[in-house]
Design a protein around this ligand. Structure first.
Ligand SMILES: C[S@@+](CC[C@H](N)C(=O)[O-])C[C@H]1O[C@@H](n2cnc3c(N)ncnc32)[C@H](O)[C@@H]1O
Length: 251
């Protein structure tokens, strides 16, 4: 059995999630160490321990590490979605080895509306900065699939401080934008960490502002890049993903 698992792990690689399957590690030389376990251990206690009766959507599930943690906590239904078929094959194999009943489906975060379903817990970890349209993704998650909790993580770079931002500024005000604690989303035109899919690196203030702007209330920040949020109302429902329309259709 171990030999079969070993050869399947090799055939399905390379892996981004280092997990022990049948006693064999999937990514023992991960550049982040024992990832995701090392990160998970830092905030696992902040998430509900008992998920019986709950549904979970894991967006950008990769090889299913977080989906499996949620299933182990008793969630009724866990759906993992990812755009990458190679990662989904890993997730299906890992869940099978661990004997966990989880559905994995190929789907982009931009298509979550087609699920036609809301989930008690939405996991959106390690994906935002890989998207060319990050706020659109947060808006769609809020509008279509989040019912209650959002577990969110993003790579963060820049200042860790939070500037006091007034509700409005005069057009002549420019200095506020140079405050390191003003929300900033750094655009990565070429590549960062040898990964050309890293498009954005928000600072902490920006991460938190984007979550609020999409209608998520920040409950806690159990780890410096990780947030537990609750779905709330959008701060101003008039300003959604598109510029508000005015006038009559036939004008
Ligand atoms: C850095 S990995 C994070 C994986 C996992 N959530 C974690 O935190 O360990 C980013 C994942 O997002 C997936 N992804 C990227 N763009 C996506 C999209 N538009 N829709 C769904 N998944 C996407 C990638 O295939 C990859 O599995």
């Amino acid at each position: 059995m171990d030999e079969t698992i070993q050869s399947r792990i090799q055939a399905l690689g390379p892996w981004f999630h280092n997990m022990q399957l049948g006693g064999i590690w999937t990514a023992p030389d991960h550049f982040l160490g024992n990832y995701p376990e090392v990160k998970w251990r830092r905030y696992a206690d902040a998430l509900p321990q008992d998920l019986r009766g709950k549904t979970v959507l894991d967006i950008g599930c990769n090889a299913g590490f977080f989906s499996m943690q949620m299933k182990r906590r008793g969630a009724d239904r866990v759906l993992g979605i990812d755009f990458d078929n190679d990662y989904l094959a890993q997730a299906r194999f890992a869940a099978k080895v661990e004997n966990l009943d989880i559905e994995f489906r190929r789907m982009s975060v931009y298509d979550v509306a087609t699920l036609g379903e809301q989930f008690d817990v939405v996991i959106f970890i390690g994906v935002l900065y890989h998207l060319r349209h990050p706020l659109l993704a947060l808006d769609l998650i809020h509008e279509h699939v989040a019912r209650d909790l959002l577990v969110f993580q993003s790579l963060q770079r820049g200042s860790n401080t939070i500037a006091h931002v007034a509700p409005d500024y005069d057009f002549s005000e420019t200095a506020i934008f140079d405050d390191p604690g003003y929300p900033k989303l750094h655009f990565i035109e070429r590549s960062y960490s040898a990964d050309p899919t890293n498009w954005w690196a928000p600072n902490r203030a920006c991460t938190e502002a984007m979550l609020r702007s999409a209608g998520f209330l920040i409950l806690s920040r159990p780890e410096e890049e990780t947030y537990l949020c609750r779905k709330g109302p959008r701060p101003d429902p008039a300003y959604g993903p598109v510029y508000p329309a005015k006038g009559t259709d036939n004008a």
